[in-house]
Design a protein around this ligand. Structure first.
Ligand code: ES4
Ligand code: ZN
Length: 326
């Protein structure tokens, strides 16, 4: 109980959450009704029953279907407002939120509706609850690099409303190098860079995310454990990994949380963090990830403190504010 209270109450940062993955079934149905969108599920219960995933792709198919109810700026605001309220209650001091604009612009939703709705929710949450919140625009890696360039061009009028660029969606067969030119361009624009790598894909994708894309953090990165030289580099350069335990369990990366390699990576000196990924789909928000991971692996307060500290140090935040946190 003391450990559970520590995990729950300790200040932390969330660095890996897809805002579309925080859309709870109840909100999906409410927005479907508000926007007159037809869903291929009769009710909340039958939608939830479809949440039985065998791998990343089986999840993504349902995740993109759920996002189809998002049409207007207010929908994006309501989704992010609900997530941020939850983050505040989980003692998240700072959240860096991923969003997938191509999922929406492909359906005719204006880029400005997406970004302005999310941005307004961030500013209101800072005002109302004191949480710090920024946005990271993710390119979908199953689409082309040209599509990513067009997406970036659409977002440029709102350049001041997001701090970085990420890379997500189907990993296998879509290595980081596919996006080398657009990431180089984003780097010149002064954007922070991250990428999903080593979730289902090999350690080689983590190397190319670092060397070809020049990312500052790796999202997931759990397959780096297969490669001793890579582990040494991650530890030496303090490159943070944003690990998502419940996601890894639900997508069968580690079918049993007791077999998760986060404790070993932490012991090896890698700057791992605990995050929620797509909490509405994977069975829990950030505190649930901490609690279930600790219950399964037997980690204790020392590791809890280190993970919270890692998260606050790995954020894209000025050094002065970081010092106030850690
Ligand atoms: C994702 Cl778990 C995961 N992996 C890759 N892309 C994603 N988008 C949303 N969740
Ligand atoms: Zn993710």
């Amino acid at each position: 109980p003391a450990l559970a209270a520590l995990l729950r109450d300790m200040p932390k940062a969330e660095l890996h959450v897809h805002i579309e993955g925080t859309l709870e079934p109840e909100l999906i149905f409410a927005l479907a009704e508000r926007n007159q969108v037809d869903l291929p599920y009769a009710d909340v219960a039958s939608l939830r029953e479809a949440y039985a995933f065998s791998d990343l792709q089986s999840f993504l198919d349902i995740y993109y279907a759920g996002a189809s109810v998002l049409l207007h700026e207010q929908d994006f605001y309501d989704m992010a407002r609900a997530y941020l309220a939850r983050a505040v209650s989980d003692h998240v001091l700072h959240a860096e939120i991923f969003f997938d604009p191509q999922t929406h612009t492909a359906r005719g939703v204006p880029m400005a509706s997406v970004i302005n709705g999310l941005y307004r929710a961030c500013r209101d949450a800072e005002r109302d609850w004191g949480i710090s919140c920024t946005l990271i625009l993710c390119f979908l890696r199953h689409l082309s690099e040209d599509d990513a360039f067009r997406t970036l061009a659409q977002a440029m009028p709102l350049r001041d409303r997001f701090i970085g660029i990420g890379l997500d969606s189907s990993e296998l067969g879509h290595p980081p190098e596919k996006f080398a030119r657009v990431f180089a361009h984003c780097r010149e624009l002064g954007l922070h860079l991250v990428a999903h790598a080593g979730e289902e894909g090999p350690a080689a994708y983590v190397w190319s995310a670092l060397d070809t894309l020049q990312v500052e953090r790796i999202d997931h990165g759990v397959q780096a454990h297969q490669d001793e030289a890579l582990m040494q580099r991650l530890a030496r350069e303090r490159i943070a990994l944003t690990v998502c335990p419940l996601s890894n369990q639900k997508l069968q990366v580690f079918p049993d949380l007791a077999l998760h390699n986060l404790p070993q990576m932490l012991d090896a000196g890698v700057a791992v963090t605990v995050n929620s990924d797509d909490p509405a789909y994977f069975g829990g928000y950030i505190n649930e990830n901490f609690e279930q991971l600790f219950a399964a692996t037997g980690m204790g307060p020392r590791q809890a403190y280190q993970l919270a500290r890692n998260s606050l140090e790995a954020g894209f935040v000025g050094e002065a504010r970081k010092k106030a946190w850690v």
